[in-house]
Design a protein around this ligand. Structure first.
Ligand SMILES: NC(=O)c1ccc[n+]([C@@H]2O[C@H](COP(=O)([O-])OP(=O)(O)OC[C@H]3O[C@@H](n4cnc5c(N)ncnc54)[C@H](OP(=O)(O)O)[C@@H]3O)[C@@H](O)[C@H]2O)c1
Length: 351
């Protein structure tokens, strides 16, 4: 399948028709919020579980995102997964916010049917020819879509697990120092478990020192994304906040690195090429306030929720420590996927 649109340098002639799979979930809702006025993408097809088939989005969604509900999406009709219907409607780009078990079945089928799939699910992240793409960190890995057969065929591009994403962005400009060891403890928000997610009985007034599969994902994904092989030592903890994952990070480097070296690397980490609508110019922002960053800053930044915030940097025993905060449902999920699709459109679509 060859896409029909024609790219200009900073705009496209015609918006590309897109679908959001799992549009009623926590991540799906963020897709709907971020795509409502997107300059390149037009959302024409949405799905949820089959019991919602034929009902309209506005009647079915239980809106949990702390941003205004996208009025222009309210009348869209919900579908069950139907590849033929998506083809007939002219969908080209598919954003997937499906549970991993469903993604494992459907994403290969969608790729085989010629769609350009940008997925949040873990199902295909570890396939050899599937990138875990973060434009700030590994844009070169977008070329893996050619290993999957693009432009003659469709492809799947994944984004990382939400806590890995924040860590990978903060570490991307530090790779030049040689990262020997990454020691990370996460404080992850409730929205990371989806909606309705955890029972209020379990998480209210509580902290849970276990998130199934999360620590393993950080170890594998960080190495695949950054193409480095440090020792990675994670602990992942669920805390009773709604949005935004906080992470305490200690790094050991191959060479002598001081606090100023790290601050300079983050400050000099500016992304203007390729210019993408959803990529912040300064992807990592360090602030000096002694109690920064906090989860309640999750929707700060421009674009909202796409900046990784760092703070509290210090040097102890030859290691550098700092705190970071990533919006798990925006940069760590839907926003990351949209950014990946933008990178594809800018660099590969129609070429
Ligand atoms: N939450 C995060 O911070 C985060 C971050 C990164 C990646 N992810 C990944 O992103 C994906 C979505 O996560 P989420 O947190 O948005 O989950 P969620 O809130 O549980 O949403 C799941 C979505 O999938 C739909 N769905 C469930 N079962 C279905 C079925 N049998 N057939 C068709 N649709 C079905 C749901 O529709 P109904 O509403 O009709 O049930 C809903 O729209 C997961 O793979 C997750 O691991 C999540």
């Amino acid at each position: 399948m060859r896409p029909g649109g024609i790219m200009k340098s900073s705009s496209i002639d015609k918006k590309i028709k897109t679908a959001v799979l799992g549009a009623t979930g926590a991540v799906g809702q963020v897709f709907m919020w971020m795509l409502q006025d997107h300059p390149w993408f037009e959302t024409i097809h949405i799905t949820a579980s089959s019991s919602r088939k034929g009902k309209v989005y506005g009647d079915e969604v239980h809106w949990v995102v702390p941003q205004e509900i996208p009025q222009s999406m309210m009348e869209l009709e919900l579908n069950e997964l139907d590849i033929d219907k998506m083809k007939e409607e002219g969908v080209e780009i598919v954003f997937s916010a499906m549970p991993a078990d469903l993604a494992a079945i459907w994403e290969p089928k969608l790729r085989d049917a010629g769609f350009f799939v940008f997925s949040n699910a873990s199902a295909m992240r570890y396939d050899k020819d599937v990138p875990i793409l973060i434009p700030e960190a590994n844009l070169n890995q977008l070329s893996m879509i050619e290993e999957q057969g693009y432009p003659e065929k469709g492809f799947v591009v994944t984004n990382a697990n939400c806590s890995t994403t924040g860590l990978a962005v903060a570490l991307a400009p530090l790779r030049k120092f040689g990262i020997k060891e990454v020691n990370v403890s996460t404080y992850q928000s409730v929205s990371g478990a989806g909606y309705p997610g955890l029972s209020a009985f379990d998480i209210t007034d509580n902290v849970i020192p276990f998130i199934g599969g999360e620590e393993e994902k950080i170890v594998v994904e960080l190495k695949k994304i950054l193409e480095i092989n440090p020792t990675v030592l994670p602990f992942c903890v669920r805390v009773p906040v709604m949005f935004g994952h906080l992470e305490a990070v200690w790094l050991e480097f191959d060479q002598k690195v001081n606090v100023q070296d790290v601050l300079d690397a983050w400050k000099g980490f500016v992304l203007t090429d390729p210019a993408l609508p959803s990529t912040p110019v300064q992807p990592v922002v360090y602030l000096n306030q002694k109690d920064f960053p906090q989860s309640k800053h999750a929707f700060y930044g421009d674009p909202k929720g796409m900046v990784v915030y760092t703070g509290r940097i210090k040097e102890m025993d030859g290691r550098i420590g700092f705190m970071l905060m990533v919006n798990n449902v925006v940069k760590g999920a839907a926003g990351g996927s949209i950014q990946n699709a933008e990178a594809f459109v800018k660099l590969k679509y129609g070429k």
